[in-house]
Design a binder for this molecule. Structure first.
Ligand code: IVH
Length: 696
């Protein structure tokens, strides 16, 4: 990849207005070209950082000369100020919908209908273009003199909504058309969609931010497109396939196939899996090919579309009601089925999260037997008003977990009652809690709850916690099952009960004494590790360390958190002042201390282990103590999170951007522009090896 940075390095402050205008035009063309290489050809020629640097330069020039911002400015890709509402747009020609076919017979009838209408013998071959039917949302884009001026949703087909700023954030929608014969007034129609992998990633981010995940890519695309704040849309990796254009004059395409070629030439993405079927019997083989290809495509399709290829035929055929006579959607057999919701059970996960699961009367959905479906959480059950005994429609989309689409209300049993989400954990009976801002409800039982206990015990003895080597997952599981170890303190009293152990299979005298040696070695622990070992929700190593640093001793911490239960107390304010502790974490911490069983565990633990007060010495000696470090590029010896954690353990601060305060930039392989940036402000750059030497 070539770095083009050096070409555009005139300082922005010294640009005249004329130069700025020329530069903005140049940047918009260059960035559009790189968008094209990236999205249409999947052959980028510059790296992300160079791209970002160009986009940033464009933004900075616009900041200095706001009046020069172009209608096709690349900065529009990141969204504009939020709108209050969407303006209505009347479509020049209605946006129709397609007639659906569900069988080969329906497709035959379609052919016969066309022949009849055109007054041709019913066995006439009518060449058709077959295209995948993308499961997204249709959009209409207007271009005037090659420039993207207006974009709208389908709406009710006659009137849609103006979503221009949102559509401008979609990177493979050209702001300005390329190629030849561009009509002055042009309307493009196509489908906005999300790729499966982008959808999964988007949902992962949402879940980690405690937001409700989207049900499927189509919903996610719809939600993203109908954002009043286009900056939100810009963060959603939407894409666009163009499938049609309409021009008042100026083109001479005469087939649907040529239309797609022209669209491509103007800079649009066009679906690569289209096929011209000259003979009627090729439609069925195309359909079957797509059925088989479906699961492997990077996006979801819900059928195929057959379009009479000849545009003059299309014109003659016209439309009937809201559907054109020249096209047909051949839908894939609906992967939906009706069945009975026999029960709703609540599963308790390793972290205590309660997940409702629908138990269904087994039914075949698209060839797969389904007997369970996800219900996500209690809000979802309430929204669908799903009740035990209801008839429900289940759906299986690709390899996603089956979902309940809706309840068949007409078949509802008259005495059915709404489902009540339990207030007690079905596994251990502890209270179910709901931390404000969290979607899920959780069991407060902690170690008492067998659904969570083993995981919590594993965490307790893990490397960054008590680090007890001889207690592997398997032995821990066995000890738990046989009730030798039910809670963490039991680990430290095991030796007293060792006579029971000697009879166990696989535990000879030597291995038993080795285990006790390993346990006894860990009867003293640093305060921060102790907090971390407790496995309190949301309290990872970083927060545990911040708490330990703040409260210094276990006893001091214990007393303060006890008082902090009263949120009017000074102790509560003090807790919130700890680095990284917000009201959510504070709440989880206090909840932990409100649980009688946890208090019992703490008491037993303190009788059996020594918790050393926090001290900074370990860090003071390190070479990087007190330094600010930035990592860039790929490290070969460890992941970046690990590098960060290690540096912090040695007393350094790790940030993501270079400032005057940065002491070291550690550059791994393929480090980008940060090296130059570091050099320009005199920050010391270390290779991975130099850094490793430093922390040895
Ligand atoms: S042609 C008459 N081609 O399916 C409408 N539509 O129910 C002409 N769709 O609203 C549409 N992929 O959102 C056409 N290759 C494709 C399509 C496609 C998806 C959607 C579109 C339309 C709906 C028709």
């Amino acid at each position: 990849m070539v770095s083009q940075e050096s070409l555009y390095s005139l300082p922005i402050e010294s640009l005249t207005k004329e130069q700025a205008a020329i530069e903005l035009e140049r940047l918009s063309k260059i960035l559009a070209h790189h968008d094209y290489l990236y999205f249409q050809l999947a052959k980028p020629e510059i790296d992300d950082e160079t791209y970002d640097a160009l986009a940033n330069r464009n933004r900075m020039i616009e900041k200095r000369f706001p009046e020069l911002r172009r209608a096709d400015s690349p900065s529009l890709r990141i969204g504009a100020s939020p709108a209050l509402e969407f303006k209505k747009v009347r479509h020049r020609r209605p946006m129709l919908s397609l007639d659906n076919a569900f069988s080969e017979k329906d497709v035959e009838d379609f052919h016969v209908r066309i022949c009849k209408f055109l007054n041709l013998p019913s066995n006439t071959e009518i060449p058709m273009l077959a295209e995948p039917k993308i499961d997204g949302l249709s959009a209409s884009l207007h271009y005037q003199k090659g420039e993207f001026t207006l974009g709208a949703t389908r709406g009710d087909g006659s009137v849609g909504e103006d979503i221009t700023t949102n559509l401008k954030t979609i990177r493979n929608i050209p702001m300005r058309l390329t190629g030849e014969n561009i009509p002055e007034n042009l309307e493009i129609r196509g489908e906005v969609y999300l790729q499966r992998d982008d959808f999964i990633r988007l949902n992962e981010i949402r879940v980690s931010n405690n937001e409700e995940p989207f049900a499927n890519p189509r919903n996610a695309a719809a939600g993203s497109l109908r954002q009043l704040d286009s900056k939100v849309t810009a963060k959603r990796p939407l894409r666009f396939f163009a499938y049609y254009y309409e021009a008042l004059s100026g083109t001479n395409d005469s087939t649907q196939q040529q239309i797609l070629e022209t669209l491509k030439q103007w800079g649009f993405s066009v679906n690569p899996d289209v096929q011209l079927c000259n003979h009627q019997n090729e439609l069925a083989s195309y359909y079957n090919r797509m059925v088989n290809l479906r699961a492997q495509l990077p996006y979801e399709i819900d059928g195929v579309v057959y379009k009479v290829n000849d545009l003059s035929f299309q014109e003659r055929l016209g439309s009937i009601g809201r559907t054109p006579r020249h096209s047909l959607a051949h839908k894939f057999t609906a992967e939906q089925a009706e069945t009975v919701l026999e029960n709703i059970i609540i599963q308790v996960g390793r972290t205590g999260v309660l997940t409702p699961v629908a138990i269904l009367k087994p039914v075949s959905v698209g060839g797969v037997i389904v007997s369970r479906a996800s219900l996500h959480n209690d809000d979802e059950i309430a929204r669908k008003d799903a009740r035990i005994g209801d008839h429900v429609i289940v759906q299986r989309a690709g390899d996603v977990i089956p979902q309940i689409v809706k309840v068949v209300l007409e078949k509802r049993f008259p005495h059915s009652v709404p489902f009540h989400f339990p207030t007690e954990c079905p596994v251990c009976g502890s209270e179910v809690i709901h931390t404000p801002g969290e979607v899920a409800k959780r069991c407060s039982g902690g170690f008492v709850c067998s659904a969570q206990a083993i995981e919590k015990l594993k965490h307790f003895v893990s490397r960054d916690a008590f680090d007890i080597e001889g207690l592997g997952d398997k032995s821990l599981q066995g000890f738990y099952q046989d009730e030798f170890i039910a809670s963490p303190a039991d680990i430290f009293t095991l030796e007293k009960r060792s006579d029971q152990l000697h009879n166990r299979e696989g535990w000879g005298a030597q291995s038993v004494s080795k285990l006790f040696e390993a346990i006894n070695k860990k009867r003293a622990i640093s305060f921060d590790r102790f907090i971390y070992a407790l496995g309190i929700p949301q309290i990872g190593q970083v927060t545990a360390r911040a708490l330990a640093r703040h409260y210094i001793t276990y006893e001091n911490w214990y007393q303060h958190i006890f008082i902090a239960k009263d949120i009017a107390s000074e102790s509560y304010q003090e807790l919130l002042a700890v680095d990284g502790v917000g009201s959510g974490i504070a709440k989880d911490l206090i909840l932990f201390f409100e649980n009688e069983n946890n208090l019992k565990i703490l008491e037993q633990l303190t009788q059996n282990v020594v918790i050393n007060p926090w001290h900074e010495e370990e860090k003071g000696n390190s070479q990087i103590s007190g330094k600010t470090i930035v990592f860039t590029g790929t490290l070969s010896s460890m992941s970046r999170p690990e590098a960060k954690a290690r540096s912090e353990r040695l007393g350094a601060k790790v940030t993501s951007t270079i400032t005057q305060k940065t002491d070291y930039l550690v550059a791994g392989a393929d480090a980008g522009s940060k090296i130059k940036q570091a050099a320009s402000i005199g920050t010391k750059v270390l290779s991975e090896q130099e850094w490793l030497d430093l922390i040895q």
